[in-house]
Ligand binder design. Structure first.
Ligand code: AMP
Ligand code: ZN
Length: 479
Protein backbone atom coordinates (compact mmCIF):
# COMPACT_ATOMS: atom_id res chain seq x y z
CA UNK A 1 0.00 0.00 0.00
CA UNK A 2 1.23 3.47 -0.87
CA UNK A 3 0.45 6.04 1.73
CA UNK A 4 1.43 9.69 1.81
CA UNK A 5 3.90 10.41 4.57
CA UNK A 6 4.09 13.99 5.87
CA UNK A 7 7.62 13.29 7.08
CA UNK A 8 9.04 12.40 3.65
CA UNK A 9 6.45 14.39 1.67
CA UNK A 10 6.02 11.45 -0.71
CA UNK A 11 3.67 8.52 -1.14
CA UNK A 12 5.71 5.79 0.55
CA UNK A 13 5.23 2.05 0.40
CA UNK A 14 3.78 1.38 3.84
CA UNK A 15 5.84 -1.08 5.88
CA UNK A 16 6.05 -1.89 9.55
CA UNK A 17 8.88 -2.59 11.96
CA UNK A 18 7.59 -6.08 12.75
CA UNK A 19 6.14 -7.72 9.64
CA UNK A 20 2.37 -8.14 9.82
CA UNK A 21 1.96 -6.01 12.96
CA UNK A 22 0.99 -2.34 12.79
CA UNK A 23 1.49 -0.20 15.86
CA UNK A 24 -0.75 2.77 15.30
CA UNK A 25 -1.25 5.86 17.44
CA UNK A 26 -4.02 8.42 17.07
CA UNK A 27 -4.20 11.75 18.86
CA UNK A 28 -7.50 11.66 20.69
CA UNK A 29 -10.01 14.41 21.44
CA UNK A 30 -9.65 17.21 23.95
CA UNK A 31 -12.78 16.52 25.95
CA UNK A 32 -13.81 20.06 26.88
CA UNK A 33 -16.76 20.19 24.48
CA UNK A 34 -18.55 18.09 21.86
CA UNK A 35 -16.47 17.08 18.85
CA UNK A 36 -17.43 19.06 15.76
CA UNK A 37 -17.89 17.25 12.47
CA UNK A 38 -14.45 18.55 11.39
CA UNK A 39 -12.80 16.63 14.24
CA UNK A 40 -14.91 13.66 13.24
CA UNK A 41 -13.72 13.85 9.63
CA UNK A 42 -10.26 13.06 11.01
CA UNK A 43 -11.56 10.16 13.10
CA UNK A 44 -13.56 8.74 10.18
CA UNK A 45 -10.52 8.74 7.88
CA UNK A 46 -8.32 7.22 10.60
CA UNK A 47 -10.99 4.57 11.09
CA UNK A 48 -10.92 3.74 7.37
CA UNK A 49 -7.14 3.46 7.50
CA UNK A 50 -7.26 1.26 10.62
CA UNK A 51 -9.90 -1.00 9.02
CA UNK A 52 -8.14 -1.18 5.68
CA UNK A 53 -4.90 -2.27 7.34
CA UNK A 54 -6.84 -5.01 9.16
CA UNK A 55 -8.58 -5.95 5.89
CA UNK A 56 -5.11 -6.17 4.37
CA UNK A 57 -4.14 -8.70 7.06
CA UNK A 58 -2.25 -6.53 9.55
CA UNK A 59 -2.55 -7.19 13.25
CA UNK A 60 -3.29 -3.54 14.09
CA UNK A 61 -2.63 -2.41 17.66
CA UNK A 62 -4.15 0.97 17.95
CA UNK A 63 -3.85 3.38 20.85
CA UNK A 64 -5.57 6.71 21.40
CA UNK A 65 -5.25 9.20 24.23
CA UNK A 66 -7.98 11.31 25.72
CA UNK A 67 -6.71 14.81 26.42
CA UNK A 68 -8.23 15.72 29.77
CA UNK A 69 -5.42 17.99 30.96
CA UNK A 70 -2.68 20.20 29.55
CA UNK A 71 -4.08 21.27 26.16
CA UNK A 72 -3.84 25.03 26.34
CA UNK A 73 -5.91 27.39 24.27
CA UNK A 74 -2.67 28.81 22.87
CA UNK A 75 -0.01 26.65 21.25
CA UNK A 76 2.62 29.05 22.60
CA UNK A 77 2.17 27.56 26.11
CA UNK A 78 0.69 30.75 27.49
CA UNK A 79 -3.06 30.19 27.24
CA UNK A 80 -5.53 28.75 29.68
CA UNK A 81 -6.17 24.98 29.86
CA UNK A 82 -9.09 24.17 27.53
CA UNK A 83 -10.49 21.73 30.10
CA UNK A 84 -10.61 24.40 32.77
CA UNK A 85 -12.30 26.81 30.39
CA UNK A 86 -14.90 24.12 29.66
CA UNK A 87 -15.47 23.47 33.36
CA UNK A 88 -15.95 27.18 34.06
CA UNK A 89 -18.33 27.51 31.11
CA UNK A 90 -20.54 24.76 32.50
CA UNK A 91 -19.92 25.36 36.21
CA UNK A 92 -18.75 21.77 36.69
CA UNK A 93 -15.50 20.14 37.73
CA UNK A 94 -12.86 19.28 35.14
CA UNK A 95 -13.40 15.56 35.75
CA UNK A 96 -17.17 15.91 35.29
CA UNK A 97 -16.59 17.70 32.00
CA UNK A 98 -14.05 15.06 30.91
CA UNK A 99 -16.43 12.17 31.66
CA UNK A 100 -19.37 13.80 29.96
CA UNK A 101 -17.55 14.74 26.75
CA UNK A 102 -15.59 11.49 26.55
CA UNK A 103 -18.89 9.60 26.61
CA UNK A 104 -20.36 12.03 24.07
CA UNK A 105 -17.35 11.53 21.78
CA UNK A 106 -17.70 7.74 21.76
CA UNK A 107 -21.46 8.03 21.28
CA UNK A 108 -20.80 10.14 18.16
CA UNK A 109 -18.17 7.65 16.99
CA UNK A 110 -20.64 4.78 17.41
CA UNK A 111 -23.20 6.61 15.27
CA UNK A 112 -20.55 7.04 12.59
CA UNK A 113 -19.49 3.37 12.79
CA UNK A 114 -16.03 4.39 14.04
CA UNK A 115 -14.38 1.50 15.83
CA UNK A 116 -13.01 2.25 19.32
CA UNK A 117 -9.19 1.86 19.34
CA UNK A 118 -7.78 -1.15 21.21
CA UNK A 119 -6.46 1.06 23.99
CA UNK A 120 -7.97 4.38 25.01
CA UNK A 121 -5.97 6.14 27.69
CA UNK A 122 -6.87 9.40 29.46
CA UNK A 123 -3.86 11.64 30.09
CA UNK A 124 -4.75 11.96 33.77
CA UNK A 125 -4.15 8.19 34.25
CA UNK A 126 -0.51 8.44 33.18
CA UNK A 127 1.02 11.14 35.39
CA UNK A 128 3.83 8.85 36.70
CA UNK A 129 4.80 7.98 33.11
CA UNK A 130 4.95 11.68 32.15
CA UNK A 131 7.11 12.49 35.18
CA UNK A 132 9.44 9.60 34.38
CA UNK A 133 9.86 10.82 30.82
CA UNK A 134 10.51 14.42 31.86
CA UNK A 135 13.09 13.18 34.39
CA UNK A 136 14.78 11.17 31.63
CA UNK A 137 14.91 14.20 29.33
CA UNK A 138 16.45 16.30 32.11
CA UNK A 139 19.04 13.61 32.83
CA UNK A 140 20.00 13.43 29.15
CA UNK A 141 20.36 17.20 28.95
CA UNK A 142 17.41 17.78 26.61
CA UNK A 143 15.40 19.72 29.16
CA UNK A 144 15.87 22.52 31.67
CA UNK A 145 13.98 24.08 34.54
CA UNK A 146 13.28 27.79 34.34
CA UNK A 147 11.01 29.94 36.48
CA UNK A 148 9.28 26.83 37.84
CA UNK A 149 8.46 25.11 34.53
CA UNK A 150 10.37 22.32 32.79
CA UNK A 151 11.11 23.09 29.13
CA UNK A 152 12.36 21.00 26.24
CA UNK A 153 15.51 22.54 24.78
CA UNK A 154 15.04 22.42 20.99
CA UNK A 155 18.56 23.80 20.38
CA UNK A 156 19.90 20.38 21.43
CA UNK A 157 18.44 18.78 18.31
CA UNK A 158 20.05 18.56 14.90
CA UNK A 159 16.70 19.09 13.26
CA UNK A 160 13.59 20.33 15.02
CA UNK A 161 11.26 21.36 12.19
CA UNK A 162 10.97 17.83 10.79
CA UNK A 163 7.84 18.43 8.77
CA UNK A 164 9.62 21.36 7.18
CA UNK A 165 6.42 23.24 6.58
CA UNK A 166 6.86 25.40 9.59
CA UNK A 167 9.70 27.55 10.66
CA UNK A 168 10.54 30.29 13.04
CA UNK A 169 8.27 32.65 11.09
CA UNK A 170 5.22 30.62 12.11
CA UNK A 171 6.07 31.31 15.69
CA UNK A 172 6.50 35.00 14.89
CA UNK A 173 2.93 34.96 13.53
CA UNK A 174 1.76 33.67 16.88
CA UNK A 175 3.51 36.56 18.56
CA UNK A 176 2.00 39.06 16.15
CA UNK A 177 -1.46 37.71 16.95
CA UNK A 178 -0.97 38.82 20.52
CA UNK A 179 0.34 35.60 22.05
CA UNK A 180 2.53 36.56 24.94
CA UNK A 181 6.09 35.40 24.72
CA UNK A 182 7.32 33.19 27.54
CA UNK A 183 10.51 34.88 28.72
CA UNK A 184 11.70 31.78 30.60
CA UNK A 185 12.33 29.92 27.31
CA UNK A 186 15.93 29.71 26.10
CA UNK A 187 14.81 29.38 22.50
CA UNK A 188 11.60 30.53 20.90
CA UNK A 189 10.69 27.00 19.79
CA UNK A 190 11.21 25.43 23.26
CA UNK A 191 8.05 24.06 24.80
CA UNK A 192 6.78 23.15 28.25
CA UNK A 193 7.02 19.55 29.47
CA UNK A 194 5.74 20.24 32.97
CA UNK A 195 4.06 23.37 34.32
CA UNK A 196 4.22 24.55 37.89
CA UNK A 197 3.91 28.23 37.06
CA UNK A 198 1.27 29.73 34.89
CA UNK A 199 -0.56 33.01 35.10
CA UNK A 200 -3.70 30.83 35.25
CA UNK A 201 -2.91 29.59 38.75
CA UNK A 202 -6.46 28.34 39.35
CA UNK A 203 -5.67 25.12 37.44
CA UNK A 204 -7.92 22.52 39.06
CA UNK A 205 -5.95 19.32 38.46
CA UNK A 206 -2.41 19.32 39.81
CA UNK A 207 0.01 16.62 40.86
CA UNK A 208 3.14 16.51 42.95
CA UNK A 209 6.36 16.21 40.96
CA UNK A 210 10.14 16.62 41.51
CA UNK A 211 9.68 20.22 40.23
CA UNK A 212 6.77 21.14 42.46
CA UNK A 213 3.02 20.77 42.23
CA UNK A 214 1.88 21.17 38.67
CA UNK A 215 0.55 19.52 35.53
CA UNK A 216 1.92 18.08 32.28
CA UNK A 217 2.24 19.81 28.93
CA UNK A 218 0.00 18.52 26.16
CA UNK A 219 2.72 17.07 23.90
CA UNK A 220 4.32 14.84 26.52
CA UNK A 221 1.10 12.89 26.96
CA UNK A 222 1.04 11.45 23.44
CA UNK A 223 4.73 10.51 23.54
CA UNK A 224 4.45 8.82 26.92
CA UNK A 225 1.14 7.05 26.21
CA UNK A 226 2.41 5.77 22.89
CA UNK A 227 5.69 4.52 24.44
CA UNK A 228 3.76 2.90 27.29
CA UNK A 229 1.48 0.83 25.08
CA UNK A 230 3.30 0.50 21.78
CA UNK A 231 6.97 0.50 22.71
CA UNK A 232 9.89 2.32 21.13
CA UNK A 233 9.05 1.48 17.51
CA UNK A 234 5.82 3.03 16.39
CA UNK A 235 4.73 2.37 12.78
CA UNK A 236 2.06 4.94 12.12
CA UNK A 237 1.00 8.16 13.83
CA UNK A 238 -2.21 9.96 12.85
CA UNK A 239 -3.97 13.26 13.42
CA UNK A 240 -5.53 16.27 11.78
CA UNK A 241 -3.12 18.50 9.85
CA UNK A 242 -3.16 21.19 12.55
CA UNK A 243 -1.49 18.64 14.83
CA UNK A 244 1.65 18.49 12.64
CA UNK A 245 2.99 21.65 14.21
CA UNK A 246 3.68 22.17 17.01
CA UNK A 247 2.12 19.04 18.56
CA UNK A 248 3.61 16.25 16.45
CA UNK A 249 6.87 18.13 15.90
CA UNK A 250 7.25 18.30 19.67
CA UNK A 251 6.22 14.66 20.14
CA UNK A 252 8.99 13.59 17.76
CA UNK A 253 11.54 15.87 19.45
CA UNK A 254 10.94 14.54 22.95
CA UNK A 255 10.30 10.87 22.04
CA UNK A 256 13.49 10.54 19.98
CA UNK A 257 15.55 12.47 22.54
CA UNK A 258 14.23 10.12 25.24
CA UNK A 259 14.65 6.77 23.47
CA UNK A 260 17.82 7.74 21.62
CA UNK A 261 16.75 6.58 18.15
CA UNK A 262 14.17 7.21 15.43
CA UNK A 263 10.65 6.65 16.67
CA UNK A 264 7.90 6.72 14.04
CA UNK A 265 8.66 6.58 10.30
CA UNK A 266 5.14 7.26 8.99
CA UNK A 267 2.90 10.30 9.69
CA UNK A 268 -0.67 10.37 8.39
CA UNK A 269 -2.43 13.76 8.47
CA UNK A 270 -5.98 14.56 7.45
CA UNK A 271 -6.75 17.91 5.90
CA UNK A 272 -9.43 20.03 7.49
CA UNK A 273 -13.14 20.21 7.00
CA UNK A 274 -14.03 23.89 6.64
CA UNK A 275 -17.21 25.86 6.33
CA UNK A 276 -17.98 28.38 3.59
CA UNK A 277 -16.84 31.10 5.94
CA UNK A 278 -13.58 29.34 6.79
CA UNK A 279 -12.35 27.44 9.82
CA UNK A 280 -14.74 25.16 11.68
CA UNK A 281 -15.31 26.41 15.20
CA UNK A 282 -16.91 25.34 18.46
CA UNK A 283 -17.45 28.89 19.64
CA UNK A 284 -18.51 30.98 16.65
CA UNK A 285 -21.11 30.36 13.96
CA UNK A 286 -23.18 27.18 13.88
CA UNK A 287 -21.56 24.51 16.11
CA UNK A 288 -21.73 21.56 13.72
CA UNK A 289 -22.11 18.33 15.66
CA UNK A 290 -23.48 14.90 14.84
CA UNK A 291 -26.48 15.60 17.09
CA UNK A 292 -27.21 18.81 15.19
CA UNK A 293 -27.20 16.91 11.89
CA UNK A 294 -29.49 14.28 13.40
CA UNK A 295 -31.87 16.93 14.68
CA UNK A 296 -32.10 18.21 11.10
CA UNK A 297 -33.09 14.72 9.95
CA UNK A 298 -29.75 13.47 8.59
CA UNK A 299 -28.56 9.92 9.18
CA UNK A 300 -25.01 10.19 10.69
CA UNK A 301 -23.84 7.62 8.15
CA UNK A 302 -24.72 10.09 5.40
CA UNK A 303 -21.99 12.28 6.88
CA UNK A 304 -19.57 9.34 6.79
CA UNK A 305 -20.54 8.75 3.15
CA UNK A 306 -20.00 12.47 2.45
CA UNK A 307 -16.47 12.22 3.91
CA UNK A 308 -15.62 9.04 2.01
CA UNK A 309 -16.45 10.72 -1.27
CA UNK A 310 -13.44 12.99 -1.00
CA UNK A 311 -9.74 12.38 -0.48
CA UNK A 312 -8.35 12.86 3.03
CA UNK A 313 -5.46 14.94 1.70
CA UNK A 314 -7.74 17.63 0.27
CA UNK A 315 -9.50 20.11 2.47
CA UNK A 316 -13.23 19.67 2.28
CA UNK A 317 -15.93 22.35 2.49
CA UNK A 318 -19.04 21.42 4.39
CA UNK A 319 -22.41 22.67 3.13
CA UNK A 320 -25.94 21.45 3.68
CA UNK A 321 -26.31 21.30 -0.09
CA UNK A 322 -23.37 18.90 -0.26
CA UNK A 323 -24.84 16.84 2.57
CA UNK A 324 -28.25 16.78 0.85
CA UNK A 325 -26.61 15.45 -2.30
CA UNK A 326 -24.84 12.77 -0.26
CA UNK A 327 -28.14 11.94 1.42
CA UNK A 328 -29.99 11.43 -1.88
CA UNK A 329 -27.08 9.39 -3.32
CA UNK A 330 -26.88 7.26 -0.17
CA UNK A 331 -30.61 6.50 -0.22
CA UNK A 332 -30.42 5.53 -3.91
CA UNK A 333 -27.41 3.33 -3.17
CA UNK A 334 -29.27 1.52 -0.40
CA UNK A 335 -32.36 1.09 -2.60
CA UNK A 336 -30.23 -0.40 -5.37
CA UNK A 337 -28.62 -2.84 -2.92
CA UNK A 338 -32.08 -3.70 -1.55
CA UNK A 339 -33.20 -4.58 -5.07
CA UNK A 340 -30.41 -7.17 -5.53
CA UNK A 341 -31.76 -10.72 -5.31
CA UNK A 342 -29.52 -13.14 -3.47
CA UNK A 343 -29.33 -15.60 -6.36
CA UNK A 344 -26.70 -18.05 -7.50
CA UNK A 345 -23.32 -19.03 -6.10
CA UNK A 346 -20.52 -16.51 -5.52
CA UNK A 347 -18.46 -16.32 -8.71
CA UNK A 348 -14.95 -16.27 -7.24
CA UNK A 349 -13.28 -15.08 -10.45
CA UNK A 350 -15.59 -12.09 -10.83
CA UNK A 351 -15.34 -11.47 -7.09
CA UNK A 352 -11.55 -11.07 -7.14
CA UNK A 353 -11.62 -8.93 -10.30
CA UNK A 354 -14.11 -6.48 -8.84
CA UNK A 355 -12.37 -6.52 -5.49
CA UNK A 356 -9.13 -5.54 -7.20
CA UNK A 357 -10.41 -2.11 -8.22
CA UNK A 358 -11.46 -1.53 -4.60
CA UNK A 359 -8.07 -2.52 -3.16
CA UNK A 360 -6.21 -0.66 -5.94
CA UNK A 361 -8.05 2.51 -4.93
CA UNK A 362 -7.22 2.15 -1.26
CA UNK A 363 -3.67 0.99 -1.96
CA UNK A 364 -3.16 4.29 -3.75
CA UNK A 365 -2.99 6.61 -0.74
CA UNK A 366 -6.33 5.54 0.69
CA UNK A 367 -8.42 6.88 -2.19
CA UNK A 368 -11.85 6.38 -0.63
CA UNK A 369 -13.62 8.29 -3.42
CA UNK A 370 -12.40 5.72 -5.95
CA UNK A 371 -13.21 2.90 -3.53
CA UNK A 372 -16.82 4.17 -3.52
CA UNK A 373 -16.72 4.18 -7.33
CA UNK A 374 -15.58 0.54 -7.17
CA UNK A 375 -18.70 -0.15 -5.09
CA UNK A 376 -20.91 1.40 -7.80
CA UNK A 377 -19.08 -0.72 -10.39
CA UNK A 378 -20.22 -3.81 -8.46
CA UNK A 379 -23.84 -2.66 -8.76
CA UNK A 380 -23.45 -2.25 -12.53
CA UNK A 381 -21.44 -5.43 -13.09
CA UNK A 382 -22.85 -8.35 -15.06
CA UNK A 383 -22.60 -10.86 -12.23
CA UNK A 384 -25.18 -12.70 -10.17
CA UNK A 385 -26.78 -11.29 -7.01
CA UNK A 386 -24.86 -13.54 -4.61
CA UNK A 387 -21.53 -12.23 -5.95
CA UNK A 388 -22.67 -8.62 -5.73
CA UNK A 389 -23.90 -9.00 -2.17
CA UNK A 390 -20.71 -10.78 -1.12
CA UNK A 391 -18.61 -7.95 -2.57
CA UNK A 392 -20.72 -5.25 -0.94
CA UNK A 393 -20.40 -6.95 2.45
CA UNK A 394 -16.66 -7.33 1.89
CA UNK A 395 -16.10 -3.65 0.97
CA UNK A 396 -18.23 -2.56 3.88
CA UNK A 397 -15.71 -4.08 6.29
CA UNK A 398 -13.69 -0.97 5.42
CA UNK A 399 -16.31 1.59 4.35
CA UNK A 400 -18.53 0.81 7.37
CA UNK A 401 -21.71 2.27 5.92
CA UNK A 402 -23.95 -0.57 7.22
CA UNK A 403 -24.89 -1.22 3.58
CA UNK A 404 -26.38 -4.70 3.97
CA UNK A 405 -28.23 -3.89 7.21
CA UNK A 406 -29.68 -0.71 5.73
CA UNK A 407 -30.74 -2.50 2.55
CA UNK A 408 -32.47 -5.19 4.64
CA UNK A 409 -34.24 -2.47 6.65
CA UNK A 410 -35.30 -0.72 3.42
CA UNK A 411 -36.77 -4.00 2.13
CA UNK A 412 -38.73 -4.51 5.35
CA UNK A 413 -39.97 -0.93 5.22
CA UNK A 414 -41.13 -1.40 1.64
CA UNK A 415 -43.00 -4.58 2.60
CA UNK A 416 -44.62 -2.79 5.57
CA UNK A 417 -45.65 0.14 3.37
CA UNK A 418 -47.19 -2.19 0.81
CA UNK A 419 -49.12 -4.02 3.53
CA UNK A 420 -50.25 -0.75 5.03
CA UNK A 421 -51.50 0.68 1.75
CA UNK A 422 -53.29 -2.57 0.93
CA UNK A 423 -55.00 -2.32 4.32
CA UNK A 424 -55.90 1.34 4.00
CA UNK A 425 -56.99 0.90 0.41
CA UNK A 426 -54.66 3.66 -0.80
CA UNK A 427 -53.07 2.56 -4.01
CA UNK A 428 -49.31 2.69 -4.39
CA UNK A 429 -49.36 5.26 -7.17
CA UNK A 430 -51.42 7.75 -5.17
CA UNK A 431 -49.18 7.23 -2.15
CA UNK A 432 -46.04 7.83 -4.19
CA UNK A 433 -47.55 11.03 -5.62
CA UNK A 434 -48.52 12.33 -2.18
CA UNK A 435 -45.04 11.58 -0.86
CA UNK A 436 -43.33 13.30 -3.77
CA UNK A 437 -45.53 16.37 -3.16
CA UNK A 438 -44.60 16.33 0.52
CA UNK A 439 -40.89 16.19 -0.39
CA UNK A 440 -41.27 19.04 -2.87
CA UNK A 441 -43.10 21.09 -0.25
CA UNK A 442 -40.33 20.50 2.29
CA UNK A 443 -37.74 21.63 -0.26
CA UNK A 444 -39.80 24.70 -1.15
CA UNK A 445 -40.04 25.61 2.55
CA UNK A 446 -36.32 25.15 2.98
CA UNK A 447 -35.74 27.48 0.02
CA UNK A 448 -38.18 29.93 1.68
CA UNK A 449 -40.53 29.55 -1.30
CA UNK A 450 -43.63 29.64 0.90
CA UNK A 451 -45.95 30.44 -2.01
CA UNK A 452 -45.08 27.10 -3.66
CA UNK A 453 -45.40 25.29 -0.32
CA UNK A 454 -48.93 26.70 0.14
CA UNK A 455 -49.81 25.82 -3.43
CA UNK A 456 -48.84 22.18 -2.81
CA UNK A 457 -50.89 22.03 0.39
CA UNK A 458 -53.91 23.41 -1.54
CA UNK A 459 -53.38 20.96 -4.42
CA UNK A 460 -53.34 18.03 -2.01
CA UNK A 461 -56.30 19.37 -0.08
CA UNK A 462 -58.31 19.53 -3.33
CA UNK A 463 -57.71 15.77 -3.64
CA UNK A 464 -58.90 15.18 -0.07
CA UNK A 465 -55.41 14.91 1.43
CA UNK A 466 -54.85 16.81 4.69
CA UNK A 467 -51.28 17.47 5.81
CA UNK A 468 -50.05 17.66 9.37
CA UNK A 469 -46.58 18.98 10.20
CA UNK A 470 -44.99 17.22 13.17
CA UNK A 471 -41.52 17.26 14.70
CA UNK A 472 -40.77 13.97 12.95
CA UNK A 473 -41.90 15.25 9.55
CA UNK A 474 -45.13 15.71 7.64
CA UNK A 475 -47.92 13.11 7.91
CA UNK A 476 -51.23 13.00 6.06
CA UNK A 477 -54.75 11.68 6.16
CA UNK A 478 -57.04 10.98 3.21
CA UNK A 479 -60.78 11.56 3.27
P1 AMP B 1 -8.87 18.30 19.46
O1 AMP B 1 -10.10 17.73 20.13
O2 AMP B 1 -8.90 19.79 19.30
O3 AMP B 1 -7.59 17.84 20.14
O4 AMP B 1 -8.85 17.73 17.97
C1 AMP B 1 -9.16 16.39 17.68
C2 AMP B 1 -8.70 16.04 16.27
O5 AMP B 1 -9.45 16.75 15.29
C3 AMP B 1 -7.24 16.35 16.00
O6 AMP B 1 -6.67 15.26 15.27
C4 AMP B 1 -7.30 17.59 15.14
O7 AMP B 1 -6.17 17.70 14.32
C5 AMP B 1 -8.55 17.32 14.33
N1 AMP B 1 -9.22 18.52 13.76
C6 AMP B 1 -9.41 19.72 14.35
N2 AMP B 1 -10.12 20.55 13.53
C7 AMP B 1 -10.38 19.85 12.40
C8 AMP B 1 -11.09 20.13 11.17
N3 AMP B 1 -11.67 21.30 10.95
N4 AMP B 1 -11.14 19.15 10.23
C9 AMP B 1 -10.54 17.94 10.44
N5 AMP B 1 -9.90 17.61 11.57
C10 AMP B 1 -9.80 18.54 12.55
ZN1 ZN C 1 -1.22 13.82 20.27
Amino acid sequence: MKLYNTLTRTKDEFTTHEPGVCRMYTCGPTVYHFAHIGNLRSYIMEDVLDKYLRYDGYDVRRVMNITDVGHLSSDADTGEDKMLKGAKREKKTVMEIAKFYTDAFFADCAKLNIRTPDVVEPATSCIPEFIQMVEGLLEKGYAYVAEGNVYFDTSKLQEYYVFNKHDVEDLEVGVREGVEEDTAKRNKSDFVLWFTKSKFDDQELKWDSPWGIGYPGWHIECSAISLKHLGEYLDLHCGGIDNAFPHHTNEIAQSEAYIGHKWCPHWFHILHLNTNSGKMSKSTGEFLTVSLLESKGYDPLVYRFFCLQSHYRKSLVFSYEGLDNASVAFKKLIDRIAAIKNEGEVDTYAFSNLKKSFTDALDNDLNTALAVTALYDVLKAKVNGATKLALIADFDRVLSLSLIEKAEAAKMQKADDAAESAESGVDGELKAWIESMITERAEAKKAKNYARADEIRAELSAKGVTLKDTKEGTTYTIQ
